[in-house]
Design a protein around this ligand. Structure first.
Ligand SMILES: NC(=O)c1ccc[n+]([C@@H]2O[C@H](COP(=O)([O-])OP(=O)(O)OC[C@H]3O[C@@H](n4cnc5c(N)ncnc54)[C@H](O)[C@@H]3O)[C@@H](O)[C@H]2O)c1
Length: 257
């Protein structure tokens, strides 16, 4: 899919992986709509890359419909939707003190990470379906969803997060099959440990990140957000990539903790 002269929408585009993806797609010539809860940071990134900002809660139907409407009215066809909005949560199914996992917290993680991803995918794909095909294959757009290696080998205390990310992996093939009828491809990326604000900052965060990064196979460092942006762009630009779940993790395989 040629990105130059098109519109792309990126949820979570105000920070970390989404920001890096938004910057890369803008470099490729796309007008990028940053759909994020964080208004200040989202506007700054949008201004920086000549894009637009739409304050969005991905778990809310009307909110995402509004953002997709912004992306559909730019005068350039909507061709890419990248879901990066997500939240982390750490709690065991039954805590050490015998307390069961909070149900509201579990529901919130599923609502943002899994339902939010589906919400953006379904509404963007419907908008793409209304555009003219971009090429002789009848292609109209590409959806990139962000899961995690925790969706494959979840660690202790990751039950809610892993369930949400495993759900995104599970949607990949059926979504690609459904959306073939409207010329939309779907791919999912499973990052390992990438250096973004999700881990916080300060000495405690640095120590935590060093511990997480220790089992990375090669290169022996955390991934860089720009490397994620590169992969998003490659998966969009390569027309034969479809229904795929790609690990992006320097070879790490998560241990139980
Ligand atoms: N950084 C990593 O190591 C890593 C690894 C695996 C998966 N991931 C996934 O990648 C995605 C991006 O993570 P990141 O590391 O860039 O985190 P981040 O915290 O830097 O960025 C997440 C962004 O999502 C936005 N957001 C949160 N809830 C939202 C909502 N309801 N609606 C709209 N926007 C919302 C935040 O405002 C923020 O801008 C997440 O889904 C995360 O689970 C990250």
């Amino acid at each position: 899919m040629e990105l130059n002269g098109t519109t792309a929408i990126v949820s979570g585009g105000a920070s970390g992986l989404g920001e890096a993806a938004a910057r890369e797609l803008a470099k490729a010539g796309a007008l990028v709509v940053i759909a994020d809860l964080s208004e200040e940071r989202g506007r700054t990134v949008a201004d920086d890359i000549g894009g637009l900002f739409a304050r969005t809660d991905v778990s809310d139907e009307a909110s995402v419909a509004g953002a997709v409407a912004v992306a559909s009215r730019t005068g350039h066809p909507l061709r890419a939707a990248v879901s990066c909005a997500g939240i982390a949560w750490a709690a065991r199914t039954v805590g050490r003190d015998g307390t069961p996992h909070d149900l509201g917290a579990y529901q919130k993680v599923i609502a943002v990470n899994l339902i939010g991803t589906f919400n953006l995918m379904r509404l963007s794909a419907a908008a793409m379906a209304a555009t003219e095909p971009a090429d002789a294959d009848g292609q109209r757009g590409v959806v990139i969803n962000t899961s995690s290696v925790a969706g494959i080998e979840g660690q202790i205390g990751q039950i809610a997060y892993s369930a949400s990310k495993g759900g995104i992996i599970g949607m990949t093939v059926p979504a690609a099959r459904d959306l073939a009828a409207v010329g939309v491809r779907v791919n999912t990326i499973c990052p390992g440990i990438i250096d973004t604000p999700i881990y916080g900052d300060g000495p405690g965060a640095e120590e935590f990140k060093a511990k997480l990064a220790a089992p990375i196979v090669f290169p022996k460092r955390m991934g860089r957000p720009a490397e994620f942006g590169q992969l998003v762009r490659a998966l969009i630009e390569n027309d034969y990539m479809n229904a795929e779940v790609v690990r992006f993790d320097g070879g790490i395989r998560f241990q139980p903790k």
